[in-house]
Ligand binder design. Structure first.
Ligand SMILES: O=c1[nH]c(=O)c2[nH]c(=O)[nH]c2[nH]1
Length: 296
């Protein structure tokens, strides 16, 4: 006899933009987000017995996302996600868990004639700041913050040698290559008991994001990289070191290959090894390298 092993439902891809308007200074700020909100609980009968009495319509979930964005700050996203998730537990006794994902898109303030413009912004890259929040009655609020889509490249300072060589190997060893990836880095917070605990010392979330972003940039740029694996591990160690309230740090990094091109067929041109200047960026396949580092 089959049974419902797990179930959750809700609204995904809810796009929300909140404008903060300072009436005194005339300075405005924007936060644009894409929100996903999925609920779990005593909802089995909606699947197994066509019983919609246990269903909070996904349309109502979408409305709630807007209402909570109006009622509460949407920055930092960790606080907004906590308020939103807690609402469903407080309002519907049969809902036992809310899973919220908030993706914050970049709108960077313009500089016009050397001055920060009060209400105009530009998109300076596909990088996003994200949070995944799981709010349950049993545990409290679990938060995972992340940076995604931050594309980086270094044109030297990266090697890869000493790897397994056998009858499947064609890749040559290299002591100098281009290293490029799209940063996907997450850090998991120790569980918060309540929304009030998230709110208390709320500056920690922006601080951690800035700190992680700084560590990523600096380590990527300055590490004499032996491999993607080793460089990402060093980044995780530093994030855990500098953000004491985190329990884990993790990366998922594509290794976006830039191949050297042998151009010697044309007038004996040298374009490999130390003479490499013109490379062929590859769309795929790419390496994909992941790790999660936890405190001992
Ligand atoms: O940093 C790297 N790690 C690997 O595991 C790997 N494998 C590969 O082909 N190139 C690379 N580079």
């Amino acid at each position: 006899m089959p049974h419902l092993a797990s179930a959750r439902y809700g609204k995904d891809n809810v796009r929300v933009c909140k404008v903060h308007k300072d009436a005194e200074t005339g300075i405005q700020s924007v936060t644009e987000m894409t929100v996903c909100c999925l609920l779990e609980g005593e909802i089995e009968t909606s699947y197994t017995k066509s019983d919609n009495s246990v269903v909070v319509a996904t349309d109502s979930i979408k409305n709630t996302i807007y209402i909570k964005a109006k009622e509460h700050p949407v920055t930092p996203p960790e606080l907004y996600a906590s308020h939103l998730g807690q609402h469903f537990l407080d309002t519907y006794p049969h809902i036992t868990a809310a899973h919220i994902k908030v993706i914050v898109h970049r709108w960077t303030r313009m500089t016009v004639d050397g001055a920060a413009h009060p209400h105009s912004f530009f998109r300076d890259g596909q990088e996003t700041r994200n949070v995944e929040a799981t709010i349950t009655r049993a545990t409290g609020i679990d938060l995972k913050s992340s940076i995604a889509g931050l594309s980086v490249l270094k044109s030297t300072g990266s090697a890869f040698h000493g790897f397994v060589r056998d009858e499947f190997t064609t890749l040559g060893e290299t002591w100098d290559r281009i290293l490029s990836t799209d940063i996907d880095c997450a850090w998991t917070w120790k569980t918060f008991a309540t929304v009030a605990a998230v709110q208390d010392g709320v500056a920690r979330f922006d601080k951690a994001w800035e700190c992680a972003r700084g560590i990523i940039m600096k380590t990527f740029a300055t590490d004499a990289s032996a491999s993607v694996q080793n460089t990402m591990y060093k980044m995780c160690e530093q994030i855990l070191d500098e953000v004491p309230e985190t329990a884990r740090a993790a990366f998922s990094l594509p290794n976006k290959h830039y191949f050297e091109i042998d151009l010697s067929w044309h007038k004996g041109i040298k374009n490999t090894g130390k003479d490499a200047e013109v490379y062929a960026p590859q769309s795929g396949p790419n390496g994909l390298i992941k790790c999660e580092v936890a405190r001992s």
